[in-house]
Design a protein around this ligand. Sequence first.
Ligand SMILES: Nc1nc2c(ncn2[C@@H]2O[C@H](COP(=O)(O)OP(=O)(O)O)[C@@H](O)[C@H]2O)c(=O)[nH]1
Ligand SMILES: [Mg+2]
Length: 244
Amino acid sequence: MHRVKVRIVEDALDANNTIARANRDDFDRAGVTVVNLMSAPGAGKTTLLERVLGPGLDGVRAGVLEGDVQGSLDADRLAQLHVPVVQLNTDGGFGGECHLDANMVRSALPALDLDALDLLVIENVGNLVCPAEFRVGEDARIMVSSVAEGDDKPLKYPLMFRACELVVVNKVDLLDHVDFELDRYLHHLDTVHPGVATIQVSARTGEGVEQVREWLAALPARVAAERDVGTADAATSAPSGAPV
Ligand SMILES: Nc1nc2c(ncn2[C@@H]2O[C@H](COP(=O)(O)OP(=O)(O)O)[C@@H](O)[C@H]2O)c(=O)[nH]1
Ligand SMILES: [Mg+2]
């Protein structure tokens, strides 16, 4: 019985990965770099996006796919900044899905003008478990982790912290008011994901926000360069006659 259950989960993830690859192909064709933005509920994803995308991203044309169980509160906030935003609700599933999967993102693609974008940020549903398990076709993953959540979280949710390329440590303006030892947190983070990039931010005061803007603005060029290297590697390492 146990074995059957594991198999079903594997099959579901395989099916998800197949659709994620199709999404990725569509994004690549349109030249859009995609970020999967994840966190626990309330860590500050939308506030950070308001701060980062509001002033513009150095000529990078950015849009947002907003994932929520219900409603369009966050999408409405971002639309005020004149950022192209599409809302995706997951409440069609049993009780509302706790993450976006590749098929949900695929269903939203017709509503997105990909040719008008260089960067698409997908704000995932607030959750520290499931979003890390489901690829949606993204190039990079950012996790927002707020100091209000406690410094033990990397140890309790290692997959999420391991799955991302950048950890934004948000709400540092609250450090004096919460039981959060930054050194201990960074040590835990290094234990589960050695060397992962971190930026300490207050989306409220603006501290550190410029670094996040720079990281995001540079991402499309970085992804394009990595793609070129990957293509060249594949072409040079493939045995002759093998498909590349
Ligand atoms: N003190 C403080 N509050 C913040 C910060 N960033 C976000 N918040 C607040 O945290 C709450 C949740 O933020 P929101 O961006 O909606 O989180 P999301 O659910 O991850 O999108 C809101 O009340 C924000 O005003 C921050 O850096 N410092
Ligand atoms: Mg939000």
